[in-house]
Design a binder for this molecule. Structure first.
Ligand code: GLN
Length: 484
């Protein structure tokens, strides 16, 4: 087996038993990035020299017998909307193509303090708006299982980097499914934690009440490891939670006994529009739960059919406010020629934002304007509340809900570009979790006849990450590898 086929747990065992050193590992993965990135376009920038220096420092400490942090010198890459001090942080946008933040995001600080090594920044839809990674100013990341298919989005680069073995672990952000859907499309594990579990300090905001940073890995244990490192209270994010983070890790599906576990299956999740191959794979997950002793409970989430409308209103409203700072003065691209201040704003924003970002800013501004605020924004907030109440009721009756991640496997590149509404509709299974603030995880569950990965989504009540990980590990299939 080659190094990139190993899970993070196996790599760390290699380091601990001194078969591997961090420098060799980082060099190996940097070579792999160099070799594969021209075809996959997962990385927007690579921080090679500083990564090797850090690895050497960790190896030196290890050889002096000093203790090493939880991440043991593993290479890790982060989505390009997460600030890394002094490194380009473009958010996939012309607007920020030269932006180098003067500080590290909280999650980056946490990774460094546990001896993880940041090796680069990952491709994404512009400002995390999209489900295909095609709105990136650098062009789309490509799905390693089929280069003509999208990687999913918006954290497409993160999913590709892990799926193709360019890094063992990565971070993405999930506002409406942007971790779970690309993880599902690329055949890796991806998790959105409970809202507030992970500090958003240093995450460039898209829709602040929905955004959450989370991990990608080849297996559930890798996701648990990275979540353990990044989770917890940070005073710089007032929505981050002041609660103890339970020790995580050591999850194994072997001989799991799920007697007494109640697994919810929501009727609304298996209706029209769901691809039969995806439905069959997710039903397979339900049967695996059953064969391990779990009880299957049919459920309803009656307000879930309003989730897309509510999400796209709330997300666009928040985005229109968050993106106001990119005016060519406070932040971002400034037009070369303009006549006055208003013209400077218009030219700079007009030149540097892509079509999807402009569409959402306009939608959000409209929905927040006097006269429409009550009819649209306030209404959407009320629907959001109902969706949360549906979940509260459901989780009084079950431990976990199993659903598809997306209605289909990966789409072909270009398929959704001319039809934004069709793209929005494809978020149907993921966005409710963000509206309700609950944790969710995508776990590989099979393949289509044409060889594309299919995933199942597991959802749990707020703060039940540990339960979610344990149940995900119970039904996890061994990681497979695309022929790249
Ligand atoms: N596809 C959704 C959107 O476009 C979700 C994006 C995300 O989670 N960042 O808003």
């Amino acid at each position: 087996m080659q190094l990139h086929e190993l899970t993070s747990t196996q790599l760390m065992a290699g380091i601990r038993h001194q078969d591997l050193c961090s420098r060799d590992l980082v060099t190996y993965f940097l070579n792999r990035i160099e070799q594969l990135n021209p075809s996959l376009n997962a990385f927007l920038s690579v921080t090679g020299d500083s990564a090797i220096e850090q690895a050497e420092r960790i190896d030196a400490r290890r050889s002096r017998g000093e203790s090493i942090g939880m991440l043991q010198g593993l290479p890790i890459a982060v989505k390009d909307n997460i600030c890394v001090r002094g490194e380009l942080t473009t958010c996939g946008s012309q607007m920020l193509r030269n932006f180098r933040p003067p500080y590290d995001a909280h999650v980056v600080e946490r990774i460094r303090s546990e001896d993880g090594i940041i090796v680069g920044k990952l491709n994404m839809d512009e400002f995390a708006m999209g489900s295909t990674s095609e709105t990136s100013f650098a062009g789309p990341a490509r799905n390693p299982w089929n280069l003509n298919c999208t990687a999913g989005g918006s954290s497409g680069g993160s999913a590709v980097a892990v799926a193709a073995g360019m890094v063992p672990l990565a971070l993405g952000s999930d506002t409406g499914g942007s971790i779970r859907q690309p993880a599902g499309f690329c055949g890796v594990v991806g998790m959105k934690p409970t809202y507030g579990r992970v500090s958003r300090y240093g995450l460039v905001a898209y829709a602040s009440s929905l955004d959450q940073i989370g991990p990608f890995a080849r297996d559930v244990n890798g996701v648990a490891l990275l979540l353990n490192v990044i989770g917890g209270r940070d005073v710089r994010d007032s929505t981050s939670l002041d609660m103890e983070f339970p020790e995580l890790g050591g999850y194994s599906g072997e001989h799991a006994d799920l007697k007494g576990v109640r697994v919810g299956v929501v009727e609304e999740h298996f209706g029209a529009g769901l691809d039969p191959e995806v439905a069959a794979a997710v039903q397979g997950t339900v049967r695996r739960f059953e064969s391990l002793g779990a009880e299957i409970v049919p459920l309803h989430l009656p307000h879930s059919r309003y989730s897309i409308a509510a999400y796209y209103l709330i997300a666009c409203c928040e985005a229109s406010s968050n993106l106001a700072r990119y005016d060519g003065v406070h932040y971002g691209h400034r037009a070369d020629s303009f006549e006055n201040l208003v013209d400077l704003y218009c030219q700079s924003r007009g030149e540097a934002f892509g079509a999807e970002v402009k569409r959402r800013i306009m939608l959000g501004t409209f929905a927040l304007s006097a006269g429409y605020y009550d009819a649209y924004y306030l209404k959407a907030l009320k629907v959001r509340r109902r969706i949360r109440e549906d979940f509260d009721k459901a989780f009084a009756a079950v431990d976990v809900i199993v659903s598809p991640v997306a209605p289909t496997a990966a789409f072909r590149l270009g398929e959704m570009l001319s039809d934004p509404l069709a793209m929005y509709l494809s978020d149907i299974y993921t966005i409710s979790a963000n509206l309700a603030g609950i944790p969710g995880i995508a776990v590989p569950s099979g393949q289509t006849a044409s060889g594309l990965p299919i995933a199942s989504q597991l959802l749990a009540a707020p703060f039940e990450e540990k339960k979610l990980l344990r149940l995900a590990a119970a039904i996890e299939m061994p990681a497979t590898f695309p022929a790249v």
